[in-house]
Write a protein that binds this ligand. Structure first.
Ligand code: MG
Length: 410
């Protein structure tokens, strides 16, 4: 099963040659600040590694895709590659070099002639770059995509500039690095025990001529939080800068009791009763948080802040709302409007309405004119009518970068 459209085979391609992609994703690095290894983090609704794999699976010049993953990452990998037709992953070693060597060994018996070795964290690799490397392998045993060094270089010692580095003849190395399989297998065997920067360095050390092709500035390694935002911006641009609109709804109820302060929309409202709950029980902010989570299909408030977790006992619910807004920003999205209705017989909401709008706009970091807050009664009917509790319902509208058409099908 291969759900991705394949590009038509280009006529200049040497069809007798079998080309594999070896995607190395064995890193355990969690530098992006989450518990999940960075190659499994979400990039606009898909794990980063899945995007990397799809770039090769959907490329007509690639016949076989082999991944190398870290020990213990099998479940993450299975979830990330659901529905893709791939051979079982190779479990990597302690270093990237070892992981590549294990992956190459797995390719040895598959009839592969050429291999493109690629970093799993370079999720934005373009079809053009893959084609460029494949074409160059028709005439060269080793190919390195490279970018010029544009900034001038300085040598620094203890924060003091100690010299100038001539940038003539220097390039920035990227992946996928392409090789004739036999040649790179032999080079890797020779390099066993010596640590080298990358596969091109291993090839050079083995005396293999390595030619360069132009790299791609968008093909950067996604390693820190800012890279994720940049990657999302690149994907949005590829989609033509289009944004799509998502809508979510939220609803919540809390019981009115004596002896608790009443929190509504992040403000303490003077009243004879307050709302019961694990947190500050701000029913309005809970409905709003759920509406925003709903708009980005990110579950509900209980998934992110379980009421069984002691950390959230008595906390201000603005934390939950701020978190949901942060998730939207992480996806390069923005909240375009929210509309909240508070349903209660008492207290009167109207005198507090403008202060509530201001408070919510502050928490969400959006303009006041995007925040609507209304109130209604239920004509003394039902639990709200008997003043046993307060209900709130909310709608949130979110703009998210549109997906490039070729990457939306699963
Ligand atoms: Mg609640």
């Amino acid at each position: 099963m291969n759900p991705l459209p394949r590009q038509p085979t280009t006529p200049e391609r040497q069809d007798t040659m079998r080309t594999a992609a070896l995607i190395v994703a064995a890193g355990r690095g969690t530098r992006l600040g989450a518990d999940t290894p960075k190659q499994y983090l979400d990039l606009l609704g898909k794990p980063l590694l899945r995007r990397t794999i799809e770039a090769f699976v959907s490329h007509a010049g690639i016949d076989h895709v082999q991944t190398v993953i870290g020990a213990g990452q099998e479940n993450l990998y299975r979830a990330a590659t659901l529905g893709l037709d791939l051979p079982p992953p190779v479990i990597g070693g302690d270093t990237r070099q070892e992981s590549v060597a294990l992956g190459l060994a797995a390719l040895a018996g598959t009839g592969t002639d050429r291999v493109l070795i690629h970093d799993g964290a370079r999720a934005l690799v373009s079809a053009e770059l893959v084609s460029r490397v494949c074409r160059a392998l028709d005439d060269h045993p080793a190919v390195l995509p490279a970018l010029p060094v544009v900034d001038s270089l300085r040598r620094v010692d203890n924060d003091q500039v100690s010299g100038v580095q001539d940038r003539t003849g220097l390039v920035r190395a990227q992946t996928p690095q392409g090789f004739h399989l036999d040649a790179i297998l032999a080079a890797h065997r020779r390099a066993t025990g010596q640590e080298m920067t990358d596969d091109a360095a291993i090839a050079v050390a083995a005396g293999l001529p390595v030619t360069t092709v132009p790299g791609d500035e968008d093909n950067f390694k996604i390693t820190v939080q800012e890279d994720l935002a940049r990657a999302e911006a690149v994907l949005a641009l590829r989609a033509g800068g289009m944004m799509e609109t998502r809508t979510g709804s939220g609803f919540d109820v809390h019981r009115l009791v004596t002896g608790r302060p009443l929190m509504l929309c992040g403000l303490a409202i003077p009243h004879s009763h307050g709302l019961a709950g694990h947190s500050d029980a701000d029913v309005a902010l809970h409905a709003l948080t759920d509406a925003i989570l709903g708009a980005i299909a990110a579950g509900d408030i209980g998934d992110h802040f379980p009421p069984t977790d002691e950390r959230w006992r008595g906390v201000g619910s603005d934390i939950f709302l701020r978190y949901a807004a942060g998730l939207v920003r992480l996806r390069s999205g923005r909240i375009t409007s929210i509309d909240l209705t508070i349903i209660c017989e008492a207290p009167k909401v109207k005198p507090h309405r403008e202060a509530m709008r201001t408070r919510v706009a502050d928490i969400l970091e959006i303009d006041l004119d995007r925040v609507s807050i209304k109130a209604t009664t239920t004509e003394r009917l039902g639990f709200t009518g008997r003043a046993e509790g307060i209900a709130a319902q909310a709608v949130a509208t979110v703009a998210l970068p549109a997906e490039p058409a070729t990457l939306t099908s699963r």
